[in-house]
Write a protein that binds this ligand. Structure first.
Ligand code: ADP
Length: 548
């Protein structure tokens, strides 16, 4: 092969540190505001943040941390967590964000599997750290993200973050790192089996930040004040801690209080224009706002993803509060962004109903990701909005294997997502279900998400989950599990009647069960596996009819 003609350009590696360095230099006075666990508000700038991130890098180097080593975090959204993102990756070590809502055994498994050398933790996790430390003997040190005055009383010997930083001057030049070197390690929440690690690189993190910032993706700008409700341990808060410094957006971190009132007050106080989170957390905010009779004065768009955004929620945001909902789909294995529902000019000229239908879907891919749907034999299915099949993806920021696992999950070079979807002639993706949640009734598939969306549109329903229930004739039939809204009643028969004309007759749930609450995963999604276990022995009235 002949040597290609090389471009005559500077060879600047795509390094994570360059994002913060850019913000510190060009948006040096832009604020980062955090609600601290200590109880007060903390404010500083990108310039201050970079200095402290450098102090952290110096402190970790002084502790003997080598490039490539994993440094874990167990922390909420806050400025010290942001410093940890950049202070670790900036000198070549890997930032491993851990979801503290997982079971302690799962966290211990993850820490040991990742071989984390230090763990930085918020003081609210002191007890958790005391449980973990004896199970994680290879961790060389536990660092509490606070100062000496706030160090919790613990069995585990810990260091204070502020004392470590105070010993360093912060005069440090970020080294140039091979852009293919690892940057972040995120584990999936392991709804089946042990959690699996997705190891990103500097190159993929920076490219993802570029892609996320685009106007038809997350659309972030220096005019925005961004509050990520999605935690920094959930796929790096969907890349916002990278896209915000890239664009110069102000960052507002909510700490650990994600209830409706706390979020609303912070959004108003900090002129938040932009947010992102899973549907469950928005449920709390919208309920609070309705009860309190308040409105947003600055919020104008929000990304909703992680699980399907119910159309009723989309309508409330847009019609009642004038907030644009950007419905997005992605997964840990893809950093996480895949698709976002933003309309083209032509689509925005269609009737309001047609536009709404498009916005309710998961949207269009952003450059950097490609997708296809396939049948069980791997044949590509048409993009007609009707054919549904297994969704496969590939692209710049999609993993090709899991961390410390030699088996490749790829099929013909594509990553199988485990989701079932249609793609319409507008190239809009519509997630029908996770393949393990789809209800298989008489050889046909019923989308549990569609069934839930209808239920949630009923005024008496606060939350709903639809799961497969065993049936002697149809193999599986849909069972709807519902949490009622406080103060409004509804009966099983009324809810079943509510489905008339809204879905195909054979999709209507066979039974409805009312519960006080639904189980959620560590990232706030419905835990359908657990629900299926709980209702394993549930007998559908239709099953008895069949037996009679
Ligand atoms: P986990 O839920 O296991 O923690 P992820 O956060 O990576 O892991 O979840 C990715 C999965 O979440 C996707 O494969 C898909 O099933 C679901 N998901 C994410 N966004 C959406 C969405 N907008 N609509 C429907 N499902 C979604």
């Amino acid at each position: 092969m002949t040597t290609p003609l090389l471009g005559q350009m500077m060879d600047t590696p795509l390094n994570v540190s360059s994002l913060l360095a850019h913000a510190a230099r060009h948006f040096g006075n832009t604020e980062i505001v955090s609600r601290r666990l200590e109880g007060d508000m903390h404010r500083y700038t990108y310039r201050d943040c970079e200095k402290r991130a450098k102090q952290l890098a110096q402190a970790l180097i002084a502790l003997g941390v080598q490039p490539g080593e994993r440094i874990a975090t167990l922390a909420w959204c806050g400025y010290r967590h942001l410093e940890a993102y950049y202070g670790t990756t900036g000198f070549g070590s890997v930032c491993h964000t851990i979801n503290p809502r997982l079971f302690p055994e799962q966290i211990a498994y993850i820490v040991n599997h990742a071989d984390d050398s230090y763990v930085l933790f918020d003081i609210s996790f002191a007890e958790l750290v005391d449980t973990l430390a004896p199970q994680c003997p290879k961790v060389r040190g536990w660092i509490a993200l606070t100062d000496d005055a706030h160090l919790p009383d613990m069995q585990t010997p810990v260091m204070s973050y502020e004392t470590l930083l105070a010993a360093q001057g912060g005069v440090y030049e970020w080294p140039l790192i091979d852009e293919r070197a690892a940057s972040y390690l995120c584990y999936t929440s392991g709804t089946t089996g042990n959690p699996k690690g997705a190891l990103y690189s500097h190159r993929t993190t920076v490219l993802h930040a570029y892609g996320a910032s685009l106007p038809d993706a997350m659309s972030l700008s220096a005019r925005d004040s961004v509050l990520p409700v999605v935690p920094m341990f959930h796929v790096n808060a969907w890349g916002i801690p990278h896209a915000a410094p890239l664009t110069g957006a102000k960052l507002v971190f909510p700490g650990k209080d994600l209830d409706g009132k706390s979020l609303y007050e912070l959004m108003e106080a900090e002129r938040v224009t932009y947010s992102a989170g899973v549907p469950t957390v928005w449920l709390g905010l919208l309920t609070y706002m309705k009860q309190a009779g308040v409105r947003f004065s600055s919020l104008n768009r929000t990304v909703i993803g992680g699980s399907a955004c119910p159309p009723a929620m989309l309508r409330t945001f847009q019609d009642d509060y004038g907030v644009e909902v950007i419905h997005a789909w992605g997964m840990t294995e893809m950093s996480p962004l895949g698709t976002l529902a933003k309309l083209t000019w032509e689509q925005s000229q269609r009737s309001p109903d047609e536009q709404r239908e498009l916005r309710e879907k998961q949207g269009h891919v952003i450059y950097g990701v490609d997708m296809k749907i396939v049948d069980p034999d791997g044949n590509e299915l048409p993009w007609d909005g009707v054919a549904f099949g297994d969704l496969h993806v590939r692209g710049h920021w999609v993993i090709n294997r899991y961390f410390r696992n030699e088996d490749s999950p790829l099929v013909d070079g594509w990553f199988p997502t485990g989701d079932v979807a249609t793609i319409d002639p507008d190239s809009f993706l519509h997630i029908t279900d996770r393949s393990k949640d789809v209800i298989k009734s008489g050889g046909e598939w019923i989308s549990s998400i569609d069934i839930e969306n209808v239920a949630i549109a009923h005024p008496a329903v606060a939350e709903a989950a639809c799961i497969a229930c065993a049936h002697p004739k149809w193999t599986e039939r849909p069972l709807l599990v519902v949490v009622k809204r406080k103060g409004i009643d509804v009966t099983r028969d009324e809810l079943i009647a509510f489905y008339q004309g809204k879905v195909a007759k054979w999709w209507i749930p066979d039974d409805v069960v009312f519960v006080d609450e639904l189980p959620h995963t560590a990232t706030g999604k419905l835990q359908k596996l657990k629900l299926r276990e709980i209702f394993r022995d549930h007998v559908l009235p239709s099953a008895l009819e069949g037996a009679a």
